[in-house]
Design a protein around this ligand. Sequence first.
Ligand SMILES: *[C@@H]1O[C@H](CO)[C@@H](O)[C@H](O)[C@H]1NC(C)=O
Ligand SMILES: *[C@@H]1O[C@H](CO)[C@@H](O)[C@H](O)[C@H]1NC(C)=O
Ligand SMILES: *[C@@H]1O[C@H](CO)[C@@H](O)[C@H](O)[C@H]1NC(C)=O
Length: 366
Amino acid sequence: MASSSVCGLGMILSFALALASVAPPAEARAFFVFGDSLVDNGNNNYLATSARADSPPYGIDYPTHRPTGRFSNGLNIPDIISENIGSEPTLPYLSPQLKGNKLLVGANFASAGVGILNDTGIQFVNIIRIWRQLEYFQQYQQRVSALIGANRTKQLVNQALVLITLGGNDFVNNYFLVPYSARSRQFALPDYVRYLISEYHKVLLRLYELGGRRVIVTGSGPLGCVPAELAMRSRNGECAPELQRAASLFDPQLEQMINALNSKIGTHVFIAANTKEMHTDFISNPQAFGFSTAKIACCGQGPYNGLGLCTVLSNLCPNRELYAFWDPFHPSEKANRLIVQQIMTGSTKYMNPMNLSTIMEMDSRA
Ligand SMILES: *[C@@H]1O[C@H](CO)[C@@H](O)[C@H](O)[C@H]1NC(C)=O
Ligand SMILES: *[C@@H]1O[C@H](CO)[C@@H](O)[C@H](O)[C@H]1NC(C)=O
Ligand SMILES: *[C@@H]1O[C@H](CO)[C@@H](O)[C@H](O)[C@H]1NC(C)=O
């Protein structure tokens, strides 16, 4: 979610120069990331949009201690997945540094503010909507083909790990953005969710057509419990019911749709990560995970530090390890680590049909 109310000739030349020295890393697996601000690692910094995390204190705990475009105090979920699978972090697709050998590591196509629907996040103007992210993925494959040939490119893509995180903004930055939004006048919530799922189905099929064979699909998370919603919609600090209802309609239907897709394809291409369950664990018992609070954002202002943007003028907590939420919408690095831990080794309560360590093991034997 965006914190809301946040190639040409030279390229050909650099390919020619890179060609001589390209050797794919022996074992590292490529990693591709699609989706919204939960996984964007800087693409929006290259775009004229308000949905960006390019100023302090974003990045305060990142190795460089500078903002990078990640909506986190430090690392985000894709960074920590890369760490866990023994790869270097992927670069944003729009980064000029993504060329030559670096392309073989994979790429991050995510863009803060986007949703499943094309009309989600229109207030952010220039963001990379999901269908555009998929076009860039195709363009990426052409660039890599020029480097290592079409066959090896296909192999690299088929053997890669893919992560896609979408859906939150279709509620927060669309259906529930304003009272009587166009989508909420068009659809009752259950019908809207069915529509989202049918559109998401098309996105996932396209990802499969483009060569994705191991795709982790995250659910929406506990939308009503984030500090922004507590600040705007909650009376006593209880999670906002309409957004919780949205999440509890969306997540199970997403899982069903994924199961149906896998059955149709005949193998486990898509893996559902129940991020709502993962979050709910530390929201219901923050202390058990070493947090002092899962209601108050580390960076922000107003009730729960949940109003407006996280900026240099905001309240900033001294110890980010104690906060489940970094800003009004996004988890802290510490919370991201807990989420990735479940993605890696969680039971079927969290990962369906299996966790990432099982996938890595299976694929290494294949
Ligand atoms: C969304 O945009 C893509 C490409 O820009 C288009 O192919 C697709 O049909 C659009 N979806 C809807 C529901 O309009
Ligand atoms: C690429 O793969 C196809 C089909 O497997 C094969 O016929 C062709 O010879 C391969 N090309 C190269 C350059 O290896
Ligand atoms: C998840 O990973 C652990 C080991 O890390 C394994 O014991 C467990 O069986 C896995 N669960 C599933 C559902 O794949």
